[in-house]
Design a protein around this ligand. Structure first.
Ligand code: MN3
Length: 253
C-alpha cells in the first residue's frame, strides 16, 4: 500500500515563536514528504508493499537501509507532530506521578532528556519511553526508533539539524529546552502512557499487528481510538475502519 503524508494537527504558525511556520513548512512539507515519497518508491513492486508500516520497519531493520530509513522516518515524524502543542505546560495525573517516581522530579526528567538529545552525535531523536513498567529516556541515531527494542514511545524530540536550524541555528540545547518547557503535548504523552495496560502487545515485535488485533477485538474502544490517533493518517484510518467493522458486528455501529 502506498503511504501518504499526514496533515499537521495544527496550523503552520500555531507553534510560534518557539517553532516557526518556516520550520514547520520545510520540515513537514519537504523533509517528511520526501521520506514518504522515497518509502513508496522503495517498496513499490516488492513484498514490503503488502505490509503495514510497523511490519516494514521491523523487517527492513539492518537489512534494507533505503526502506528502513524512510519507513522509520515516516513513523518518527508522524509521531513527532503529535508530540507538539502550542500550550506545552506540564504533565499531569498518572504520567506526572510516574515521572516523579522514575526520575525524581520534572526538572530531573527535563535535564536527563535534554542531555540525551544534546549528546546524540549527529542526527537522531530523543525519546521518553515505557520500557516494561519503567519510564526511560533514550536517544536513537538517524531513523532508529524504540519499537525495535520493545519499548513504547511516549514522547520524542527530533534533534536532526533540520528540526531547529532555521529557528535556533546551531543551538540544539536551546531548542530541546524550549521543546521541553513550551511545546510538549502532554495530553498526547499521557494518552500513550494510558495504553500501558496493553504492555505485552505494545512491546511485541510487531507493534502494528498488535494494534490491529486490539482494535478488532472491540475490547476497548477508547484504547483503540487512542492507538489510532497515535499512528499516522493511513494507519489511523485503517484502525478506524477496523473499529467500525467491529462495532457493526457487535451491533454497536
Ligand atoms: Mn525531522
Amino acid at each position: 500500500m502506498a503511504f501518504t503524508l499526514p496533515k499537521l494537527p495544527y496550523d503552520y504558525d500555531a507553534l510560534g515563536p518557539h517553532m516557526s511556520a518556516g520550520t514547520l513548512k520545510f520540515h513537514h512539507d519537504k523533509h517528511h514528504k520526501a521520506y514518504v515519497d522515497k518509502l513508496n518508491k522503495a517498496i513499490e513492486g516488492t513484498p514490503y508493499a503488502e505490509l503495514s508500516l510497523g511490519e516494514i520497519i521491523q523487517k527492513s531493520w539492518r537489512k534494507d537501509p533505503e526502506v528502513f530509513n524512510n519507513a522509520g522516518q515516516h513513523w518518527n515524524h508522524s509521531f513527532f507532530w503529535q508530540c507538539l502543542a502550542a500550550d506545552g505546560g506540564e504533565p499531569s495525573g498518572d504520567l506526572k506521578r510516574q515521572i516523579e517516581k522514575d526520575f525524581g522530579s520534572l526538572a530531573a526528567f527535563q535535564k536527563e532528556f535534554s542531555e540525551a538529545g544534546t549528546k546524540q552525535f549527529g542526527s537522531g531523536w530523543a525519546w521518553l519511553v515505557l520500557d516494561g513498567n519503567a519510564l526511560k529516556i533514550v536517544a536513537t541515531a538517524n531513523a532508529e526508533l524504540p519499537m525495535l527494542h520493545g519499548q513504547q514511545a511516549l514522547l520524542t524530540c527530533d534533534v536532526w539539524e533540520h528540526a531547529y536550524y532555521l529557528d535556533y541555528q546551531n543551538e540544539r540545547p536551546k531548542f530541546i529546552d524550549t521543546f521541553l518547557k513550551k511545546l510538549v503535548n502532554w495530553t498526547f504523552a499521557s494518552q500513550r502512557f494510558e495504553l500501558r495496560g496493553e504492555g505485552d502487545a505494545l512491546s511485541a515485535r510487531d507493534y502494528q499487528s498488535a494494534q490491529h488485533a486490539f482494535a478488532k477485538s472491540g475490547a476497548a474502544e477508547g484504547g483503540a481510538r487512542r492507538a489510532a490517533q497515535a499512528l499516522d493518517g493511513d494507519e489511523g484510518a485503517e484502525l478506524d475502519e477496523a473499529r467500525r467493522r467491529t462495532g457493526k458486528r457487535a451491533g454497536r455501529g
